[in-house]
Design a protein around this ligand. Sequence first.
Ligand SMILES: [Zn+2]
Ligand SMILES: [Zn+2]
Length: 136
Amino acid sequence: MSKCMVCGDEFDPQYKAQRLCQSCLDKFTKRYWDWDAYRKQGYTRRPTCIVCDKPMMSGFSVCPDCRDVWKKIYYQIVRPKTIIQARNRMKRTRDKAIEAAVESRLRTGLDDDIAAARKAGLSYGAYMVRKKGLVR
Ligand SMILES: [Zn+2]
Ligand SMILES: [Zn+2]
């Protein structure tokens, strides 16, 4: 169990470095992307602080009191995506490596049988039937 750095609730982290509970994470992730979309429309300033909702007197997206907290929240909402992406990428690479290993093992196994069949003066099919014990 970890304690949420924003609301203080206890939660089960989904990943090791999670410091925000899921509801805060969702809330701030949405706020961040809404604000991002807003900014793309040409707005440069939020009317209220992105963290505490107090009217903004200075700054653009976060009040001076929340600046440090927002930095941490921002890290939390942007970072997990990269962690998950990295993990998926690692998994994909690993899957591919396993696939390649299995494939090459199959191929060498097949080559061995073909070589053995040739040595025994049999066709590959006949050799495999004999090997499997179907014909003695
Ligand atoms: Zn929370
Ligand atoms: Zn604030």
